[in-house]
Design a protein around this ligand. Structure first.
Ligand SMILES: [Fe+2]
Ligand SMILES: [Fe+2]
Length: 135
């Protein structure tokens, strides 16, 4: 069962970014499923990497728009991205070394951060980008 379902209230009204957000939620659900199905460490590790890589790619998509149009809130927003990348990387390294396991708490952290970021920070750039013809 999915732990998060994309809903219209998460829209940022930029098609490319909304599509990436949907994919990000799919990857989070995949990770949750893999954990609940008791998949082995290799499968879990690969699922974590898939999520981390896609998250990074997604953040770069947003940040390219910020740079292109000199988005005024760019620094604060990029710092949020950086915080998340660092947390995920730290978790991934600890997981690889066998120092930590994937848990419901970790999934909850990832899920809450992503939803909160989309609904609070990403939705803030909608009017800015829309006004510059990015829809
Ligand atoms: Fe985003
Ligand atoms: Fe963002």
């Amino acid at each position: 069962m999915p732990i998060i379902t994309w809903t219209e209230d998460m829209l940022v009204h930029v098609e490319k970014i909304d599509t990436q957000h949907k994919k990000l939620l799919v990857l989070l659900n995949d990770l949750n499923d893999a954990m609940n199905q008791g998949r082995d460490k290799k499968v879990l590790g690969n699922t974590i990497i898939a999520l981390a890589d896609y998250t990074y790619y997604h953040f770069m998509t947003e940040e390219k728009y910020f740079d292109q149009f000199q988005y005024p809130d760019s620094i604060r927003h990029k710092n949020e991205h950086q915080y998340f990348v660092e947390e995920v990387t730290r978790f991934q390294q600890q997981f690889d070394k066998g120092e930590t396991k994937l848990s419901e708490d970790i999934i909850l952290f990832l899920k809450s951060w992503v939803i909160n970021h989309i609904m609070k920070s990403d939705q803030k750039f909608s009017p800015f980008l829309n006004a510059r013809g990015i829809t």
